[in-house]
Design a binder for this molecule. Sequence first.
Ligand code: ATP
Ligand code: MG
Length: 308
Amino acid sequence: MKAPVIKVEGLTKHFGSFTAVDHVSFEVYEGEVVGYLGPNGSGKTTTMRMLLGLLQPSAGRAKVFGFDVAREAESIRPLVGYMSQKFALYEELTVQENLEFYAGVYGMRATAYRPRVAEVMDLVGLTGQERERADVLSAGWRQRLALGIALVHTPRLLFLDEPTSGVDPVARRLFWDLIYTLAEQGVTVFVSTHYMDEAEHCGRLGIMYQGQLLAMDTPSALKQGYLHGQAWDIVAAPLLPALDALQALPGIRQTGLLGDHLHAISEPGSYTAESLATALVAAGIAESQVEATEPTLEDVFIQQTATR
Ligand SMILES: Nc1ncnc2c1ncn2[C@@H]1O[C@H](COP(=O)(O)OP(=O)(O)OP(=O)(O)O)[C@@H](O)[C@H]1O
Ligand SMILES: [Mg+2]
């Protein structure tokens, strides 16, 4: 097997007496799209900053392309692209000038960066916007420009820190198409998010909570590993009284709306589809369709974090 692109062993960061990242270990391989899912303050940015060599680990170690993040950060930087959570654009510069400026920062000469800047604009879909000033771009365009900047020096590994926060669902979708285009070209992507739907797009997914990596696996394996109950999809009308009735049933642990239907988790062995429908009738919901289903990533996340 090839050496991992990222190898993290017991990586830890303390800020005073507070532990922001707590003995995290994982590996990422070439061409993977690995998600890092976690709520605010769970340690996602702190992990990335250590992997980029921007923040010294308190304990443990990590290697990126075989280079130690604590001692060999200079060797890592040219090989990786970083789209920071609070990325900065030069507002008074145009799209093209922003890209050219950052190419210069990476030490690229004009003969090298002119064709690369054109290529990057095409890749992220900014062709035609070259002369727009950054300060007039919409959130979705700004995000693409920030991605383009992270790509200008042709990195083989991209760190994207909540790249789609604050952009609309259509722009988010387009952005994920872009991530997959890059992965097809062999770029490895490590991307943090707190959106469950985005987490579904990742090849593998790490679940961060209070500085700890609770699990890392493919979304389907994470769901298959969910042994703590049965998930149900329930079509019922009217929806909200049905939700109340469902919540009140014994043995029902989690409930919620999922699109146009209800989703619930019951204690293992507590219901069949028929008995759950019968229980709903007894609770005053005359008609419902109950189907056993796979847990969602949100179910997995709640289960993983509930016991902590
Ligand atoms: N320089 C610092 N000094 C002290 N505490 C810090 C510092 N940087 C981060 N923290 C704390 O460490 C914890 C983890 O922060 P981090 O930014 O890694 O979380 P995150 O998962 O990226 O959250 P978000 O989704 O809000 O971006 C937070 O409680 C944060 O307040
Ligand atoms: Mg963050």
